[in-house]
Design a protein around this ligand. Structure first.
Ligand code: ZN
Length: 346
């Protein structure tokens, strides 16, 4: 028989464990690696209520979209850490986040889930084929999430979903042939051809890993990938390697270049040249009407867009020069894309 003081002690232990679990989950990530805070999400319009998750290497955005298309409970929480394959801890965490959203909004009953993840994604097969920072290989994420959440799951690549959201709601609305580039720590891309995503089994759109030089060696194993020269991360890294000074991100290097710092100017110019070369090749082969640029580097504004427009015009001749437009949904494009995908199943 349990004595009252034992019962009290057990209750204390249980409540400690519960509050540990809960406090682990409720610790929101206030700002991301580039210091950006979570913005309010644009409405996705009327339709069935859906849950949406945008999983990244360091954080997960989650929300419940109601019948009006408003994001309820939008938040950013850390991606759970595990040695090796993070599939198991991720699926558990999605279950906890979904339960919290449902408990907080009992009147909104989701009919489907949108789940988007980084890496190589086979959306048709529901597989996370490969993601270096999440450790999985051919992980059946769609079916695992569906079993855990008890709902149909729409599954896609994060940047393709983001580009879909930009096409439906944001900067790419006016164009049925566009390329969306997200230039941040790396460079990710997605193609929209004839109004539909062009995926090639998950392998299309890897513009960041298109070779533009003979070096340096990229984390992917290839040499001279665009993102090793021209991503926001690469611009900061290259300036640090050349000077020993750690800049406050790519925007600091751009500011130093504008102020007459010769090395900053060389780094920034070579990044612009590399981006121009990639965009020129894209223009010649795919001929998008627009190239929509988001991510941290897009906040450089005219220093990026005006320079790329001028260099692209100089580099090309008869080609139809694409409009270069800033992404509009920025940090929330991925979760909005996840919600739009979920609506297709609901
Ligand atoms: Zn690469």
């Amino acid at each position: 028989m349990t004595r009252p003081e034992d019962a009290e002690r057990i209750a204390d232990v249980v409540s400690d464990v519960v509050s540990d679990v809960v406090s682990d989950v409720v610790s929101d990530v206030v700002s991301d690696a580039s210091g950006e805070r979570l913005a309010a999400a644009r409405t996705i319009g009327e339709g069935a209520p859906v849950l949406a998750f945008d999983v990244g290497g360091t954080d997960i955005k989650s929300a419940l979209f109601d019948a009006d298309g408003t994001a309820l409970g939008l938040r950013r929480t850390p991606t759970p850490v595990a040695d090796g394959d993070r599939t198991g801890v991720l699926i558990e965490r999605l279950g906890v986040l979904a339960a919290e959203l449902r408990a907080d909004h009992p009147g909104v009953v989701p009919q489907a889930v949108g789940l988007v993840v980084p890496g190589i994604v086979d959306a048709d097969a529901g597989l996370g084929v490969f993601a270096s920072n999440l450790g999985w290989h051919d992980s059946p994420l769609r079916d695992l999430a569906s079993t855990k959440l008890g709902l149909p799951v729409a599954f896609d690549h994060d940047v393709r979903a983001a580009s879909w959201a930009e096409h439906r709601l944001g900067g790419a609305r006016a164009y049925s042939n566009s390329v969306v580039l997200v230039i941040g720590t790396g460079i990710a891309g997605a193609l929209l051809v004839g109004g539909e995503p062009y995926t090639a089994g998950g392998y299309a759109g890897e513009i960041g890993h298109s070779p533009i030089a003979d070096g340096p060696v990229c984390a992917c194993g290839a040499r001279g990938c665009l993102e090793m020269v021209a991503s926001a991360g690469a611009i900061a890294r290259r300036y640090r390697e050349a000077t020993g000074i750690t800049p406050d991100g790519a925007k600091d290097v751009i500011a130093r270049a504008a102020a007459g710092d010769r090395i900053a100017s060389e780094v920034w110019n070579s990044a612009l040249d590399a981006l121009t070369l990639s965009l020129a090749q894209l223009t010649a082969v795919v001929a998008p009407e627009a190239i929509v640029i988001g991510g941290g580097l897009s906040r450089a504004g005219g220093a990026l867009f005006d320079e790329l427009r001028a260099r692209l015009a100089e580099r090309l001749s008869f080609h139809r020069i694409p409009e270069l437009v800033p992404a509009e949904l920025s940090g929330n494009a991925g979760i909005l894309g996840a919600a739009l995908r979920a609506r297709e199943l609901a």
